[in-house]
Design a protein around this ligand. Structure first.
Ligand SMILES: Cc1cc2nc3c(=O)[nH]c(=O)nc-3n(C[C@H](O)[C@H](O)[C@H](O)COP(=O)(O)OP(=O)(O)OC[C@H]3O[C@@H](n4cnc5c(N)ncnc54)[C@H](O)[C@@H]3O)c2cc1C
Length: 389
């Protein structure tokens, strides 16, 4: 860090999306400063307790499918650059009660983008993967090219690549406020280690956006989430035998992974959780009476041979936007500042592509088309009706 350097872009929050953006900015030759309140990868954000599912059949619009495919290609590129295994193409099986939720709504976009999938009934699922025990009313959508990402390894890999491409990184340095730069041009980022200036900024603070108010504000609600690893019959549930999975049932939505290297089947619940206030301690796994019991009940109902001893538990944070869709937008009050957050518990898979798209936006001052649906205007209050005279 040389005194008085004015950067092209400062990235505030070098986690999943920010570290990727840092690499893509530096690779484009932009003078890039990455700031993080911790030392990424770390357990203070949303990316620890790997792995994370990556799927390509997506609800929510065709832009999600295109971004997922681009993200997949970029994760492979990162693997090639680093020589590291980051993505395991295990396949992912999504299961739901056909009477309550049908996959059909997601298929048109997947078909258009050429994503491979198979539709299976409960009998076919149990025959192919005897570890799953879906009730007869369940159906499955299987994506053979989907899988899981080692999220902490991914963040570490982008960190190394970003530094190799010339980015600078300040760890354990929290941004405190973001303001217009001198004379109103560019930005000034006030931190626990001084003030830094740049032409623009990307703010990707995950579950911690609230700590940047009032200079930056984004409607992101942080939520405590837990995941558990349970002892499983390795003949049925080991990686290489069982795919990644999601299922609805027991009034909730669950996702999970095969037992990787004997670590046990990992399972988490997508909905629910407890509100968490940034800065407060995050209650560890087991602090809430239902942490283990809820996950165990889900396993007993759908993967009965994987409901063994709890081997490990972890608590992490979701960063929910009001509609659980992403927010990637120009800050309406701070010119030159891009906000990226609200990834709502499904953002990791996209981090490589989101980082690239943010870098393109910062470099060209034009938002890539697939980011447009993530704008803030969708939360604008409806125009008030004219008052009748
Ligand atoms: C249990 C769990 C399971 C999940 N499963 C999946 C899955 O299977 N598939 C999937 O795609 N997604 C999944 N997700 C979601 C995914 O992990 C997140 O959406 C994603 O990691 C969010 O990325 P981010 O960059 O916004 O946040 P983070 O990776 O948390 O990065 C934010 C960074 O900002 C830093 N920061 C915050 N405030 C400041 C500040 N003031 N100054 C400087 N730095 C700051 C933090 O230290 C952090 O490093 C899961 C999440 C959890 C918790």
């Amino acid at each position: 860090m040389s005194a008085g350097t004015v950067y092209d872009v400062i990235v505030v929050g070098a986690g999943s999306v920010g570290m990727s953006a840092g690499y893509h900015l530096a690779a484009r030759g932009l003078r890039t400063l990455l700031l993080d309140a911790f030392d990424p990868p770390h357990t203070g954000g949303s990316h620890h307790g790997e792995p994370r599912l990556i799927r390509h059949v997506y609800g929510g619009g065709p832009h999600y499918v295109r971004l997922a495919l681009r993200a997949d290609a970029l994760w492979r590129e990162l693997e090639t650059m680093t020589g590291e295994r980051l993505l395991e193409r295990s396949g992912v099986l999504n299961m739901s009660d056909h009477g309550e939720y049908s996959f059909e709504g997601r298929l048109a976009d997947a078909d258009r983008e050429g994503v491979h999938y198979e539709l299976l009934d409960a009998g076919e699922i149990a025959k192919r993967w005897p570890g799953f025990a879906p009730p007869p009313s369940y159906a499955g959508l299987y994506e053979p090219d989907a899988g899981y990402l080692f999220s902490e390894r991914c963040v570490a890999a982008y960190r190394r690549q970003a530094l190799a491409a010339g980015a600078e990184l300040l760890t354990n340095t929290a941004a405190l406020a973001i303001e217009p730069g001198p004379g109103g041009s560019g930005v000034k980022v006030k931190t626990s280690r001084g003030v830094f200036e740049a032409g623009g900024a990307i703010v990707s603070a995950g579950a911690w956006f609230k700590t940047l108010e009032p200079s930056v504000s984004l409607p992101v609600a942080p939520v405590r989430k837990v995941v558990g690893w349970f002892e499983a019959d390795e003949r049925l549930y080991a990686a290489g035998t069982l795919p990644g999975f999601t299922f609805g049932g027991l009034g909730g939505g669950y996702y999970g992974f095969p037992s990787i290297g004997g670590a046990g089947v990992k399972i988490g619940r997508h909905d629910g959780g407890q509100p968490w206030l940034p800065g407060e301690p995050l209650a560890p796994f087991g602090a809430h009476p239902d942490d283990e019991a809820n996950l165990r009940r889900a396993l007993e109902s759908m993967l009965p041979g994987a409901a063994g001893r709890l081997l490990r538990g972890a608590a992490c944070r979701y960063e929910l936007s009001p509609d659980e869709q992403f927010i990637v937008a120009a800050d309406p009050a701070l010119p030159g500042v891009l906000l990226a957050g609200g990834f709502s518990g499904h953002g990791f898979k996209f981090a490589s592509a989101l980082g690239e798209a943010l870098a393109v936006w910062a470099a060209t001052d034009r938002p890539p088309a697939d980011l447009l649906p993530f704008g803030l205007s969708r939360f604008a209050p409806p125009a008030s009706a004219p008052i009748p005279s």
